[in-house]
Design a protein around this ligand. Structure first.
Ligand code: DON
Length: 319
């Protein structure tokens, strides 16, 4: 009886601490206006720069939220993490390593130079080239379309039906010639594994999903919880694939700034130019912070600062 009592009280204390640290971070960074909205996709330039939301989800399914945590923004590159998880359902980790690659690039997310210099293929699943190669490796069953397979998978991860933001999709599709060129370049080297233009379109759609910080914290928490969605208890990602995915996030989640991020914060993470960043503290929690102003590399300034503060206060650094 005593030990139950103690552990229940300890859990309560933990919960209070999470909420308290979130509140502190919010107050500390809410007026930080460094960075600016990504504008190479017209829709993103129009999003209110002052939006700021934080969400944390723990393995027991508890959701902590603050600020604009329910605002739906473009998932963008964060989608790459979960399409990798999906591709690992129908490809072995070795196949992904050989056909896509799993090394850091040190180059920007849409770099063609990295393809030319680093093996005539993508370098990892979290740069644009690798995300398209990974998307092209997703195999579908039961006669479903590849798009339905991806959307269904994301719905299970987010524990609700998520939809593409049509205006964002059209805005991206009209301006994604560079990504089309990357897909065709990969085709010339036989390192994309389905039709390149169709694959680029599916990739553009997956980047245009409208997700909130809460949705993405649930998805991150699924990675923190060995592949089991903590809200629905649905076993979505094979635990072995979780470790592979977290490894790639650790080396490459914030593009050319991944080393600095790891040095400062020490958590597997992934950013998107829509202003979201997810971070995973294995066994402890999934975190998502959203705020649209991004830095040179395309990473949300406020999200970096906020997660850094939370990770320090809650001692989440995996090293
Ligand atoms: O392919 C693109 O350019 C966008 N749809 C996504 C890029 C992105 O989010 C890079 N992030 N930091």
């Amino acid at each position: 009886i005593n030990s139950t009592f103690i552990s229940t009280n300890a859990q309560k204390a933990d919960k209070n601490i999470i909420q308290k640290v979130m509140n502190e971070a919010y107050e500390k960074f809410k007026n930080d206006s460094r960075g600016k909205n990504a504008d190479y996709i017209p829709y993103l330039a129009k999003v209110d720069s002052n939006l700021y939301g934080i969400a944390i989800v723990t393995p027991d399914g508890k959701v902590y939220e603050l600020g604009d945590s329910k605002f739906e923004f473009g998932i963008e590159s964060i989608s790459k993490v979960f399409v990798l998880c999906l591709a690992l359902e129908s490809n072995t980790p070795e196949e992904i390593a050989q056909k896509v690659g799993v090394n850091a690039t040190g180059f920007p997310f849409n770099s063609v130079t990295s393809i030319e210099l680093q093996g005539k293929r993508a370098v990892n699943p979290l740069v644009n080239a690798g995300a398209m190669a990974t998307n092209s490796l997703v195999k579908v069953q039961n006669g479903n379309s590849k798009w339905k397979t991806i959307n269904d998978y994301f719905n299970r991860l987010a524990a609700r039906e998520i939809k593409v933001i049509d205006e964002l999709y059209h805005s991206e599709a009209e301006t994604n010639q560079h990504n089309q060129a990357i897909a065709i370049l990969l085709q010339s080297y036989n390192t994309i594994y389905d039709d390149p233009i169709m694959t680029c379109d599916l990739y553009t759609r997956q980047c245009s999903f409208g997700t909130s910080a809460k949705d993405l914290a649930i998805m991150a928490a699924t990675l923190a919880n060995n592949g089991v969605n903590p809200v629905t208890k649905d076993k979505i990602i094979n635990p072995q694939n979780v470790t592979k995915t977290l490894a790639v996030m650790t080396t490459s989640g914030l593009y050319e700034d991944s080393g600095q991020w790891l040095y400062d914060i020490g958590l597997p993470a992934k950013s998107g130019v829509g202003g979201g960043i997810i971070a995973v503290a294995p066994g402890k929690m999934g975190i998502c912070v959203f705020s649209p102003r991004v830095d040179q590399a395309g990473n949300s300034v406020k999200a970096i600062e906020t997660i850094k503060y939370i990770a320090e206060k809650l001692q989440l650094n995996i090293f």
